[in-house]
Design a protein around this ligand. Structure first.
Ligand code: NOJ
Ligand code: MG
Length: 587
């Protein structure tokens, strides 16, 4: 059991838009997850062992050594459970078994065994909000079988007074376009689905459901997993029906006139409810109890949440209760997406987390996942290293989505090849606005056929076009590549007390440069500086911090940087080309 850590943290705002976070954490021993390098595997696209064009568990097992070489601490796997694959595993028909095209429970046990040998941790995706409509629970619920009547959120709907026609209970919309309610002839009721029609929302106001889902957690803990990434948590609870048993309508957001798009509504009634926060605390208790009873290292909870900071931060817990170890911090994704990639938007993203995080908690940094376009495509290929460096230099845990270490970019997927329900529910003209397929293309291992991912004639999604140059084989052989830079960063993180325990100060310089200083009494200072603009510029780091020595040593530089490792850099005048990023140290 990890002792409760409450180092004193002072957050202060300095002049010039600079912010610093000072923490007296020199003596604190960190638990494994606090400085962990998490790596997300999208199993369908990582490695195919049996030539069916679809990634699988044995494929992952065969590549665990790669993760070990990278220096990854823990891999989290998108869902591997039995599923009709409407939403590629996020529609689970059996929470206690493995999807046959991915392998068997035996294969999973082999994966865990190999991971244990390599001292890698495996984290599974827990999908608590919904099950597939092919799940036995749903079938029983449709039939109103004893014990399952209220497993899902059912409602009669309402009869339109003027037309006499039955309509859905409310105007709520699902995430993939269209009504969040689906009529079931057999039961003569609507059920709620916040995602696809085939993803029925479980009813968390039913204690049997709460207990069942805790069983799911314990079942996989028994199989040796190190924790869970919890899917779509903010939509777990919806508002309760009013005194007449009706669900109120959502107000209009005013954002779009596309009436099928969920953004059309405010979504205040179906997301970010207080009951959800409490449920996450209950799951934390499951993790802690499990460790208390069975021993071993901390089992972690990582929470998927795109909610505003005031809501997201509650997942951490409070003075009297422990919550998730890490609610994912998606600010580096969402802020630049809405205000453009710039040093300013990066600073806003960092502020959003560090200035709102409760004291004593651990930060984390995410730049991509299977629901977003690829990081290199969003931030610009030139900023690939700058962004990989940033998430490793900032304090706390860092998360990599498979392929970010290579600078993989979006694949282009035709309408005919489109797989993602979010895109299939649109049309040929609009699907590219919604599709998540481009970041799910097969992982690029080599320059050979199918990038070494599969021997199949056709892979489930086509390869991204740059696979012949952007791949593990090429980048490992190169003297300098995104991959070698990524490895050096992990190595630096692992060996640096400053990065593990140090305080943080950061600022925007010259409009387009972002600079971070990490410092810890008695240890070398580490400075990150990146030019995130489109033109060259020259920065004076002493303007940022007058206490810096006049020169620092170049430790790691971005791919196209001409500065050599080990060179002394005059901090008062550092010329940086567009996308150039450096990690400097005081020795
Ligand atoms: C979030 C997952 O990341 C996404 O891929 C999925 O479609 C939804 N939750 C529904 O489970
Ligand atoms: Mg396969």
């Amino acid at each position: 059991m990890q002792p409760l850590q409450l180092p004193i943290v002072f957050i202060c705002l300095l002049a010039l838009g600079q912010a610093c976070q000072d923490s007296a954490s020199t003596t604190t021993t960190k638990d494994w997850w606090e400085n962990a390098q998490f790596y997300q595997i999208y199993p369908r696209s990582f490695m195919d062992s049996d030539g069916d064009g679809i990634g699988d568990l044995n494929g992952i097992t065969s590549k665990l050594e790669y993760l070990k070489e990278l220096g990854v601490t823990a891999a989290w796997l998108s869902p591997i459970f039995k599923s009709p694959m409407v939403d590629f595993g996020y529609d689970i028909s059996d929470f206690f078994d493995i999807q046959p095209e991915y392998g068997t429970l035996e294969d999973f046990r082999n994966l865990i065994k190999k991971a244990n040998e390599l001292e890698l941790k495996i984290i599974l995706d827990f999908v608590p909000n919904h099950s597939s409509d092919e799940n036995e629970w749903f079938k029983k619920s449709v039939k109103r079988e004893k014990g399952y009547q209220d497993y899902y959120v059912w409602h009669d709907g309402k009869v339109n007074a003027s037309t006499g026609v039955r309509e859905p209970p409310s105007n709520w919309l699902q995430a993939f376009r269209g009504s969040a309610w689906e009529w079931v002839e057999e039961r003569q009721q609507y059920y709620l689905h916040q995602f696809a029609v085939q993803q029925a929302d479980l009813n968390y106001r039913n204690p049997d459901v709460v207990a069942q889902m805790k069983r799911v957690l314990r079942y996989w803990l028994n199989e040796g997993v190190a924790g869970f990434r919890c899917d779509a948590v903010p939509v777990l609870f919806e508002v309760e029906p009013d005194e007449n048993g009706q669900y109120p309508d959502e107000g209009l957001s005013g954002l779009t006139d596309d009436v099928d798009n969920r953004n059309y509504l405010k979504n205040e009634l179906i997301e970010n409810r207080p009951e959800t926060i409490d449920m996450s605390y209950q799951w934390r208790t499951v993790m802690d109890d499990y460790q208390r009873i069975h021993g071993g290292e901390t089992r972690v909870l990582l929470i998927e949440t795109y909610a505003p900071p005031a809501y997201t931060m509650q997942f951490y817990g409070n003075r009297s209760v422990e919550g998730a170890h890490l609610p994912f911090n998606f600010n580096l994704i969402t802020v630049p997406a809405s205000s453009g990639v710039s040093a300013g938007s990066i600073k806003t993203a960092v502020d959003n987390w560090l200035l709102n995080m409760p004291s004593g908690r651990t930060a984390n940094w995410v730049i991509g996942n299977h629901d977003q376009r690829r990081a290199a495509s969003r931030y610009g290929v030139a900023n690939t290293d700058a962004m990989n460096m940033l998430v490793m230099i900032l304090p706390g845990a860092s998360v990599t989505y498979q392929g970010e270490e290579l600078g993989m970019t979006d694949g282009w997927i035709s309408w005919e090849d489109t797989q993602d329900p979010a895109a299939c529910n649109a049309n040929e003209d609009t699907y590219e606005e919604f599709t998540r397929d481009p970041s799910r293309t097969p992982f690029q291992w080599t320059s050979d056929t199918n990038a070494g991912f599969s021997t199949a004639a056709k892979t489930w999604l086509p390869l991204a076009s740059d696979y012949e140059t952007v791949n593990v084989a090429m980048e490992s052989a190169a003297s300098k590549s995104h991959l070698t830079i990524y490895k050096s960063l992990i190595e630096l993180r692992k060996g640096s007390k400053t990065l593990q325990n140090g305080a943080t100060k950061y600022a925007v310089l010259n409009e387009e440069a972002f600079v971070v200083k990490r410092y810890l009494s008695g240890y070398p200072i580490i400075v990150y500086v990146a030019n995130l603009g489109n033109a060259s510029l020259t920065v004076d780091l002493q303007e940022f911090d007058t206490t810096l020595a006049s020169s620092l040593t170049m430790e790691i530089s971005s791919l196209d940087s001409q500065k050599t490792e080990g060179a002394l850099i005059e901090v008062s005048s550092i010329a940086l080309s567009a996308g150039e990023a450096l990690v400097l140290t005081s020795i």
